[in-house]
Design a protein around this ligand. Sequence first.
Ligand code: NDP
Ligand code: 8X3
Length: 260
Amino acid sequence: MLKDKIVLITGASAGIGEACAHSFAREGCRLILAARRLEKLEELAAALKTGHGADCHTIELDVRDRKKVNAAMEGLPTEWADIDILINNAGLSRGLDKVHEALHTDWEDMIDTNVKGLLWISRAVMPGMVERDNGHVINIGSIAGRQVYPGGNVYCATKYAVRALTQGMRIDLLGTKVRCSSVDPGMVETEFSEVRFHGDKERAHQAYQNFPPLKAEDIAETVLFCATRPPHVNIHEVLIMPQDQAAVYASHPRGIGKDL
Ligand code: NDP
Ligand code: 8X3
């Protein structure tokens, strides 16, 4: 069903984006891998070639830079230009501080990446989908787009924005065959916490010790599920949580390594 489809994944150099690359490569897709760390993308592309025979095109890209996003999309080689699936995954959190104490640079990172970056890429890619009357935009939201938690303020605001944008895109695309979905995870063990805590590995590690978190692969398989429904089906949104996490602030402290 997905054989030879062109899939653009933002934030493919780690975590959920990298896992999506593996899942879609396994299904025979051609992958455009975008992120700032080109070296990681090239390692991934080589692994996907070896593991799945996948054809990959890597792009060093900071989604915050609108001009570079436009140039990168306009500069795609012809054989990569007709993107079938866009996975808007690049995103991050910075800090867990109160609004009256936080760093404005952290806010800029989150808003510029999670909201504006998603918009720049979507604005560059979606016109081709609409013109071809074919495509699928899959946004990675979060439980943080549905519940606000202490210190979550601006990160949550960006993910509430992603949820609103998914709903808005879906309405805008009505009458076309372009689909739009959002996959909203609870806690997933990736580089996310290390980035949130500005590289503090110990604090990041602690974040995943209370109960078994989701794995990046769980989210990738959910994204794949959305992308493989028949054409008359549009999955609007999927909320996926660890078994031990009922809400951001309601979890069961089972510990790690104990059977569920
Ligand atoms: P990771 O930190 O493991 O991966 C984030 C990815 O985003 C990296 O590939 C990073 O690549 C990329 N990225 C960050 N900033 C930019 C940028 N300015 N331009 C291009 N790429 C960028 O985190 P996750 O995999 O966990 O996060 C992926 C998405 O999932 C995010 O949108 C996050 O909000 C969301 N999410 C995560 C959850 C979790 O618990 N982990 C739960 C719910 C949602 P590079 O640094 O090379 O640019
Ligand atoms: C990431 C999940 O709970 O840290 O979106 O906000 S959480």
